[in-house]
Design a protein around this ligand. Sequence first.
Ligand code: SF4
Length: 377
Amino acid sequence: MPKAGIYIHMPFCRVKCMYCDFYSVADRDDQIPAFFDALLKEIDMCETDTSNWIIDTIFIGGGTPSLTPSHLLEKLIRTLERKFNLSQVNEFTMEANPGEAHADSLKAFRDLGVNRLSMGVQSLEPSLLQFLTRIHGPEEVFKTFDAARVAGFDNINCDLIFNIPGQTMDIWKRDLQTIIDLEPEHMSCYSLTVEEGTQLFQYVNRGKVAMPSDDDSAAFYEWTQDVLGNNGFDQYEISNWSKPELTCKHNLHYWEIDPYWAFGPSAHGFDGKNRFSNIRNLDGYIKNLGDGKLPRQDDYKLSDIDRTNEMIGFGLRIKNGIDITKIPEIHRSSVHQSIHENESKWGDYFILESDQLRLKAEGFAFADAIAVDLMID
Ligand code: SF4
């Protein structure tokens, strides 16, 4: 039976951060009750047979899910329980922003079964937080982290960003070490990327902001790998490090191409054969469900080639790599051939042991380029 997860997208934020391309809306909190009505309806309308799935993770992402009133979270959980067998869920994550998850809410979330908190710290340097249009300062990070511990969260992730214009290596080293000293169980460290449709994209395009060079970016990443490794964190994915046994099992479902159901605007799901996504529009999402229609933007079956290339793309992101025996049989020899053809170009960065292909730590920085070269057509 496949292990599986459930993802809920909660699209409300206090402000829209200038670099963010997740679907979220600012200043629309008055719509939260209508959104929840639609969300519960979408869950009720799910007809897929998941009786042979072992659902072991739930992840509420966004947006800023910590803004969810606890009585609505409780309704959501009860609705999910009516539709899915949640008896084996052992990881239930909620994303939270510093200063936007108050002590009483955190306690209520914990009491409702949320057992992992993912905090969007991003930086501890006030000028960089301001550049990123984050609305919290470093003090809120410490307060929210402490409040989460008091509420009973013993599994906390901190998200941090490097490669921010104006961020020196000294600032990054200080911030990363300060967060390590808080002793979170998990760290996600991302390079700031310029995504189309964001304010940052416009600034860079108009020459108002210059991004750090590729060499600087590589130096940030290498140092991050070293310092986290030296502090007991295991790098199990390009951007993710955990203390032993505390990987994010939900995100591993994505990278290991397990099934997961997803609800909410812009949410993407996979039933084991088909991938689907919902529309990126709150009003359209609410209207569709009000009219009794699923708010789908896309729904397509994965071909064997798609699956093979996804296994290459996602598999190279994770420490365990790709189990070639799981690739559709018809394409296995092509994948072996492709690996062989790329040995002279990328062989220093990957290890092929019997049927397992994985990247060395120094190969993670090139994972996307290696994956593109290995993909078949
Ligand atoms: S708070 Fe998070 S989801 Fe909301 S806009 Fe900022 S980065 Fe995006």
